[in-house]
Design a protein around this ligand. Structure first.
Ligand SMILES: Nc1ncnc2c1ncn2[C@@H]1O[C@H](COP(=O)(O)OP(=O)(O)OP(=O)(O)O)[C@@H](O)[C@H]1O
Length: 659
């Protein structure tokens, strides 16, 4: 009887909850005092605190969401429960197994054609923290029916920030989530296919599976803007992972945003700039014209100019700039020491250090291998036409050089105003000067929007690790948007990364997706039309009126009668007018830094990427298209944010591609 089954499962939930509480109490009772010294005590206490926090029981999230009956014969118990984390009783018997453990894989992957030792899969439905339903999938060769619980989950209204999908990860998503740490995966996926969700779950999976290795150098998530970061910010903590750096490209490279012409920005974003910057830096190392004269008491030691030249030549191009400079000092000092020894002295390391720091050596260094900052080099490159020409050689055409040169350079590198594209150039120079530290894994979302130079900057941050690259060629809106994932992976320094595709949409209703897909032949002709899991009949309305902005309040009031969040997406310039038109309807305006917690939000088209709302009202598509060069792609992004309904309001003619 289903009621009896539910009773039994609720009993297991109660036992598991009690066990979790007791695990937490045990963790709380542990003391850091046992650690020898104060520093170790602090570290141990930090670890214990983390453990206690991780063992918190969030009453409104399901402790387990699946159960597997396994065929007899293996080492495993006959029944396992799959949940967010391991829970065991006082005898260390597993009551719930973490979804990331190898045995849990069958929960996501088992199918009638490959049961993976599973005889029955049970999914649980929850309301709040209450277990209210279950669904059985026997693996006896019969085909499985569509899961009702999955359907309910993806139909649930989307109030507030993004949720985890741990209970309903689909087999093709699970393949990506569980790819080996050593493998870089690149996912092309239409809007709403779960790329962001998959990237976040992959981070959680890797942290669980390679806890110690990643504890040292960490995992970093890179998203398109801060509004997006705040939208996704609660997913990883809900999965028990609190120590993940979630940031934007600007967060990594510095918040430089001095406006500049898109053509100039595109040249600066091009991979050819890497060679230009490398030359620009090394042009500062010049041929020594003089030797070194080192005096100690009455003794004079001389290094001939050709000897200095040889040392410089042997270092140039074999080592990064800053360590090269330090090594040059040491080599010069060593050569002086050899002379001392020849004269029968016996100088030690301290003498070598003293010579390396001495005035004559420093003088040589300052002329032939000067101390430099990235800002100094880039300032010179962008303000000195001759220097740029020498560094650019044939990599940049004369017109391109003209375009990147500042019209009115600032007085010095200190007062220079840097653009977002400059930030990536500064970072490239910084790495040529001194090696950038690498993370163990980097997840890059909306990667189609990054320039080659930005990708190189992120590539440096996973140089000794791997990456998960997520994006959609059709949603590329920057002047340098990627045309091929192979190229993206090359710029990232992960050329052997595997490109895979997610094709089934979980967000956008079919009717809306088909409408948006009319733009695809123009924005990404090579991509197949996306498919949606959700029929959503009646989800689309397109209305023309003499004043589109004036029609917004009615559309919003209508949406307010239904459940869920409402996003009014408009061309960036129209935000104030549309917000004013909403009058006394309570609403917020999404800004680059705002979290946007109100139920009704006016969303600038430029910030809509990656976000979703139950009801979306799009105002004047023609304005959104006209606002930027890749305006059609922006419109494609905007039209694919809706979970339940999309209403398009317009006064001007709709873009021809939509008709
Ligand atoms: N397996 C799943 N089970 C339940 N919901 C899912 C699943 N996969 C994705 N979703 C939901 O579908 C929606 C879209 O997911 P997500 O934002 O990750 O897609 P995306 O591919 O990054 O979209 P976009 O390209 O538009 O940014 C989210 O609400 C997500 O929770």
């Amino acid at each position: 009887m289903p009621e009896n089954v539910l009773e039994a499962e609720r009993a297991h939930l109660a036992v598991s909850r009690a066990a979790l509480t007791s695990m937490r109490e045990h963790a709380q009772s542990l003391s850091a005092d046992a650690a020898g010294d104060w520093v170790s005590q602090q570290i141990l206490q930090g670890l214990l605190d983390q453990r206690v926090a991780a063992l918190a029981d969030h009453r409104d999230t399901p402790l387990f969401f699946g159960r597997l009956e396994l065929s007899a014969g293996g080492d495993l118990p006959g029944t396992i429960y799959v949940g967010r984390r391991h829970v065991h009783d006082d005898d260390r018997r597993a009551l719930v197994i973490d979804w990331r453990a190898p045995v849990s894989r069958a929960f996501y992957q088992a199918s009638p054609s490959d049961p993976m030792g599973v005889t029955l899969r049970r999914r649980f439905g929850y309301q709040g923290g209450e277990l209210t339903a279950y669904e059985d999938e026997p693996m006896d060769g019969r085909e499985l029916a569509q899961s009702r619980l999955l359907a309910e989950e993806i139909e649930r209204p989307r109030n507030g920030p993004m949720r985890d999908i741990v209970a309903t990860i689909q087999p093709d998503q699970d393949e990506i989530v569980r790819a080996d740490l050593g493998v870089t995966v690149c996912v092309q996926g239409a809007p709403g296919t779960g790329k962001t969700a998959v990237g976040l779950h992959r981070a959680a999976y890797l942290l669980f599976t390679h806890r110690e290795r990643l504890a040292r150098n960490g995992v970093m998530i890179v998203g398109p803007n801060r509004a997006f970061l705040s939208y996704i910010s609660s997913v990883l903590p809900a999965l028990g992972e609190v120590k993940v750096d979630q940031t934007t490209v600007a967060g990594i490279l510095g918040d430089h945003s001095f406006p500049e012409d898109p053509v100039t920005a595109a040249i600066k974003g091009d991979a050819r700039m890497a060679a230009v910057l490398e030359r620009a830096l090394w042009l500062h190392v010049t041929k020594p014209e003089e030797g070194v004269l080192y005096t100690k008491g009455i003794n004079r030691y001389r290094l001939a100019d050709h000897a200095v030249r040889e040392i410089v030549a042997s270092l140039r191009g074999t080592i990064r700039y800053a360590p090269g400079r330090a090594t040059l000092a040491q080599r010069l000092a060593h050569a002086v020491l050899v002379q001392m020894e020849r004269r029968g002295e016996s100088p030690d390391d301290r003498v070598q250090d003293a010579v390396a720091r001495s005035k004559p050596v420093k003088q040589i260094l300052d002329t032939v291998w000067p101390k430099l900052t990235p800002e100094q080099v880039l300032f010179r490159l962008l303000s000195d036409a001759d220097f740029l020409a020498r560094a650019a050689r044939t990599d940049l055409s004369p017109e391109e050089q003209e375009a990147v040169l500042w019209r009115k350079p600032a007085k010095s590198h200190r007062s220079a105003k840097w653009s977002a594209a400059d930030a990536a150039l500064l970072d490239e120079l910084a790495d040529l000067i001194e090696r950038t530290a690498s993370h163990g894994h980097v997840v890059v979302d909306e990667a189609q929007d990054l320039s080659a130079m930005q990708l190189r900057a992120l590539g440096r941050r996973c140089r000794t690790g791997s990456a998960t690259v997520l994006g959609d060629i059709a949603q590329g809106t920057t002047p340098w948007s990627a045309q091929s994932w192979k190229t993206v992976l090359e710029h990232l320094g992960q050329p052997s990364g595997e490109v895979t595709e997610l094709t089934l949409g979980f967000r956008v209703p079919r009717e809306v997706l088909d409408y948006a897909a009319r733009l695809l032949p123009s924005v990404a002709p090579d991509l197949a039309a996306p498919r949606s899991l959700r029929p959503g009949a009646g989800s689309l309305s397109v209305r023309r009126s003499p004043d589109a902005a004036a029609a917004v309040p009615d559309a919003v009031r209508q949406a307010l009668q239904r459940e869920g969040s409402i996003g009014v997406i408009v061309a960036d310039d129209s935000v104030p007018a549309v917000s004013a038109a909403l009058g006394d309807i309570p609403h917020g305006v999404l800004g680059a830094d705002s979290t946007g917690e109100e139920r009704v939000l006016v969303v600038p088209a430029g910030l809509a990427k990656g976000l979703e709302y139950d009801h979306v009202v799009v105002v004047e598509p023609a304005d959104i298209v006209a606002a930027e060069k890749r305006g059609l792609a922006r419109l494609y992004v905007v039209l694919t944010r809706a979970v339940t309904s999309l209403s398009v309001l317009h006064t001007a003619e709709l873009p021809a591609e939509l008709l």
